[in-house]
Every structure is written in structure tokens, then in C-alpha cells.
Write a protein that binds this ligand. Structure first.
Ligand code: AMP
Length: 401
């Protein structure tokens, strides 16, 4: 069974074509600058270099057409006929309270996704465009929606409600939803496999540290709490997002700086985080280098970031009544030994003992705690695309019999 995984952003489209007989990736690629001058598709068949294909890519439908053409191209293609694609899985950011698992896309699901645009105005519209584009070009191929919020639907009310009038939740859906769910689910499952125990016996803290960052308490295989909230702005200090702040700050700054609601939103989402703190960069590679050269604000930004991660780990150990494993994933979590070391430094009271030699690893699955550490620590590269492909197969395979 061949599954195409599609992840649409407002001006981008990432894809991977999987052969699910052995979960291998046949080809992957990225379309950038959709609807903007200079659009390009970088297509990469397995085992080969990137092939850039430039064209005027006005919308997601044209982007999908180009991807399909690239997949069957006589030279760079990986399938003989487009009908070899059995199913398509889409990353969808917001499934609100309606979807606690992946679903087959139907007209009713599409109507629900339209309804949730209000909750995720930046993310759900391109996801919807991607699904519509596929329906237009490949109407006979079943499609599945895999939601970033779904894994966190197991959170109890005490974890997802905010201390504001209950009516705001009931009437407007204001609650913690959490994001990066597919990643938290994937790495927590993998950690259980590496430990050799069932998820149902384990308390795992998963740290998805990328440009967007979130952390989850996964108890007995279920998300008990997570740091992102009603939107992905809450929680950890991120590349450009502020994370947790006093909720009175936006109103105060709006008055002081004469900002509109959209402008304060942009300020907190795009100009804050370690970028705002350092005044230098949102990328930890730049910050680490600058800190080494004596840049105090770069050092400060790293310290604030690692402090907040440590604080969340402590609080999630508290709500789970202990912790058996901590997992680091995503760009920063997978690649920066130094940040992992900073975060774990001071957590020894929980029973964590990081091994500096094992921690010297980049982008590779590895246990990084010393043998016998009460709390096991792992680096596990996330693979949201594979998770989407697996769910798509699970839902679509029975339809093909
Ligand atoms: P992601 O959003 O998961 O793609 O992660 C991207 C972020 O990971 C970048 O902005 C960097 O801050 C961070 N990152 C990636 N590679 C490294 C590295 N080798 N050292 C430090 N940080 C890294």
C-alpha cells in the first residue's frame, strides 16, 4: 500500500510518499513560496539528491499537481502511475474537541474543519486547501486527517480548563488544546519500546524542542497535560513565541506601544521568545555560537529557555506522581547536546543522571542517561510523517478489501 503524506502550510507544502509494506520513503519534497513570486518545488527521490523544479505555483491545487507530476516523472519519478497512490494522509492542526483520533475525510469532517478555522485561523485554512486540492485531482483516493490536537484530547478538565469564567469554555471553546500531539505520541511510544515496557506502565515526559516547542506529560500512554494551550503561543519560551507570560501584559503593552490586537499578536508570536530576548536570532545554533563568543544576551536567552523547560519537567513529574523517562526530540532536542545538558543539570533530585559521552549525539535515537539511572533519558528523532502514514493505512486498508 502506498500512502502520500501531505502537510500544507500557508505558503508551503511538504510531502512524503511511503511504501507501507516496509514503511520506506519512496520520495519526499517541499514546495515553497506558494502564491508568492519565486515558488519552487524541491523533489527528492529516495537515495538521490534534491531536484529543484521552478514554476509559477499560484495555489495548493497547482502545488499538488506538480508533486504528482514529479512522482510519476519518467526520470525522477518513483511510481509508474498516479493510481498507485492508495491513500493520502494530511496533517491537520486543529481538530478541537470533535476529533480525538485520526479520521477518514468526509463532507461532515470538512464542515467541522471549516468551523475550527476560527480556532486556528493561520493553520486550518491551508490544511483545508490541501485536502480540497487532492479531492479535486484524485477524487477516488481516500484521504485521512491526522490532528495535532488529537493526542491531547485525553487531558482531564483540571488540566485543560483555564481560571476564567466557565462560559468562555462552553460558548467560545476557550480551553487548553495542546499541539504537536502526533510527535508527542510517536516519541512516547518509541520510548516505551526502547525501555521494553508497555505504555500503560510508564510516566514519560516528552520535550518537543524545535522552533515551536512544547512539552507533555504522558501517563499510561495518554496525554495528561501539555504546555501549549488554546493556541501554540502558550508554554515554553520558543524561537519567536513568548510562551507563558502574565496575561495582563498584552493589554499593558497595547496601551504603551499603541498596538492593535493583530499587532500585539504579531509581537508575541513573531518578535518574542529567544529572538526577542537575545535581539539576535531565533536559531539556537546562532545563540550557542554567540554565547561562546561572550554575548551576554544570547547566554541569557539560552538560560531563560532551559530554565522554563526544567520548570515544566519538575511540574509534570509532580502531576504524574513521578517520572520514568524523559525524551528529547525535534530540531533542538535532537541536535543540541549542550541544551539537553543544561536542562538536565539540576534535575538529579528526580533521579536523572545524564551521561556526557552518550549525550554527545546528534539526530540519532539513543539513550543518554547512565546505566542504572532511575529516570531514563532518550534522544528520539520524531517522525510525524510516518505516524500520519500509519494512521492513514490503518483507516484506509479495510476500505480496499
Ligand atoms: P524544528 O522546528 O524542529 O525544525 O527545529 C528547528 C530549530 O532547531 C532551529 O531553529 C534551531 O534552533 C534548532 N537546531 C537545529 N539544529 C541544531 C543544532 N545542531 N544545534 C542547535 N540547535 C539546532
Amino acid at each position: 500500500m502506498k500512502v502520500l503524506v501531505v502537510n500544507c502550510g500557508s505558503s508551503s507544502l511538504k510531502y512524503q510518499l511511503f511504501d507501507m509494506t516496509d514503511e520506506s520513503v519512496l520520495a519526499k519534497g517541499l514546495v515553497e513560496r506558494i502564491g508568492i513570486e519565486g515558488s519552487v518545488l524541491n523533489h527528492q527521490p529516495a537515495g538521490k539528491g534534491k531536484i529543484p523544479i521552478t514554476a509559477d505555483i499560484k495555489n495548493h491545487t497547482i502545488a499538488i499537481k506538480m508533486v504528482l507530476d514529479a512522482l510519476v516523472d519518467p526520470e525522477h519519478g518513483v511510481v509508474a502511475d498516479i493510481n498507485e497512490i492508495d491513500a493520502i494522509g494530511h496533517r491537520v492542526v486543529h481538530g478541537a474537541e470533535k476529533f480525538s483520533d485520526s479520521v477518514l475525510i468526509t463532507p461532515a469532517v470538512m464542515a467541522a474543519l471549516e468551523e475550527f478555522v476560527e480556532l486556528a485561523p493561520l493553520h486550518n485554512p491551508p490544511n483545508i486547501s490541501g485536502i480540497n486540492a487532492c479531492s479535486e485531482i484524485l477524487p477516488q483516493v481516500p484521504q485521512v486527517g491526522v490532528f495535532d490536537t488529537a493526542f491531547h484530547q485525553t487531558m482531564p478538565q483540571q488540566a485543560f480548563l483555564y481560571g476564567i469564567p466557565y462560559e468562555a469554555y462552553k460558548q467560545y471553546g476557550v480551553r487548553r488544546y495542546g499541539f504537536h500531539g502526533t510527535s508527542h505520541k510517536f516519541v512516547s511510544q518509541r520510548a516505551a519500546e526502547m525501555i521494553g515496557d508497555h505504555m500503560t506502565n510508564l510516566r514519560i515526559i516528552t520535550c518537543h524542542l524545535g522552533n515551536g516547542a512544547s512539552i507533555s506529560a504522558v501517563k499510561n500512554g495518554k496525554s495528561l497535560d501539555t504546555s501549549m494551550g488554546f493556541t501554540p503561543l502558550q508554554g515554553l519560551v520558543m524561537g519567536t513565541r513568548c510562551g507563558d507570560i502574565d496575561p495582563a501584559i498584552p493589554a499593558y503593552l497595547m496601551k504603551k506601544m499603541n498596538l492593535s490586537p493583530d499587532e500585539i499578536d504579531n509581537y508575541l508570536n513573531k518578535k518574542s521568545g529567544v529572538l526577542g530576548l537575545s535581539g539576535l536570532s531565533s536559531d539556537f545554533r546562532d545563540l550557542e555560537q554567540a554565547a561562546d563568543q561572550g554575548n551576554e544576551r544570547a547566554k541569557l536567552a539560552i538560560d531563560v529557555f532551559t530554565y522554563t523547560v526544567r520548570k515544566y519537567i519538575g511540574s509534570y513529574a509532580a502531576v504524574m506522581g513521578g517520572v520514568d523517562a524523559i525524551v528529547f526530540t525535534a530540531g533542538l532536542g535532537e541536535n543540541s547536546a549542550r541544551i539537553r545538558d543544561h536542562i538536565c543539570n539540576g534535575l538529579e533530585f528526580l533521579g536523572t543522571r545524564i551521561d556526557p559521552v552518550r549525550n554527545d549525539v546528534r539526530g540519532k535515537e539513543q539513550e543518554i542517561s547512565v546505566a542504572g539511572s532511575k529516570v531514563r533519558i532518550f534522544v528520539i528523532p520524531t517522525n510525524e510523517e510516518l505516524m500520519i502514514a500509519r494512521d492513514t493505512k490503518k483507516i484506509c486498508a479495510p476500505l480496499m478489501k
